[in-house]
Design a protein around this ligand. Structure first.
Ligand code: RB5
Length: 149
């Protein structure tokens, strides 16, 4: 599996921990930065990871900022991106099973490293259920195309 990572300065240290964790599992990591704790603008990293997913350069993405919120909002502006902020494992499983989320966003100022790594593992291993959930995700895509559903 190819995983795209992105973070702002608030998420840099957690991104580094996640990168190491994923590489230890033999996963292919594409790190889109940031590469230090110097202050940067989170939308750039949400954008880079989002397009890596929609261009097929990575299978799933992980975004980190202080809260996970801003960087997730930025990524969700890209058609085809379904980024979900998760602070616990139940949601991490459900956003894959039901919503076919393709990006996990987390807040480094919200949760600790141990919980974040558990959330990452569950998000990456859970498959989309399809079926009635596919119809609902298709409706989200209709909205992206400008349809009023
Ligand atoms: C940066 O200070 C902070 O605003 C950012 O990391 C994030 O929390 C925004 O949503």
């Amino acid at each position: 599996m190819r995983v795209a990572l992105g973070a702002d300065h608030g998420g840099y240290e957690l991104k580094e921990a996640i990168s190491k964790h994923l590489k230890n599992q033999g996963l292919e990591v594409h790190d889109f930065g940031t590469y230090s704790t110097e202050s940067v603008d989170y939308p750039k990293y949400g954008c880079a990871v989002g397009y890596a997913i929609t261009k097929g350069e990575a299978d799933l993405g992980i975004l980190i900022c202080g809260t996970g919120q801003g960087i997730s909002m930025a990524a969700n502006k890209i058609p085809g991106i379904r980024s979900a902020v998760c602070s616990e494992t139940f949601s991490a499983r459900m956003v894959r099973e039901h919503n076919n989320a393709n990006i996990l966003a987390m807040g480094a100022r919200v949760i600790g490293v141990g919980l974040a790594l558990d959330i990452v593992d569950i998000f990456l291993k859970t498959e989309f259920s399809g079926g009635r959930h596919a119809n609902r995700v298709d409706l989200i895509c209709d909205i992206e195309r400008g349809e009023i559903i």
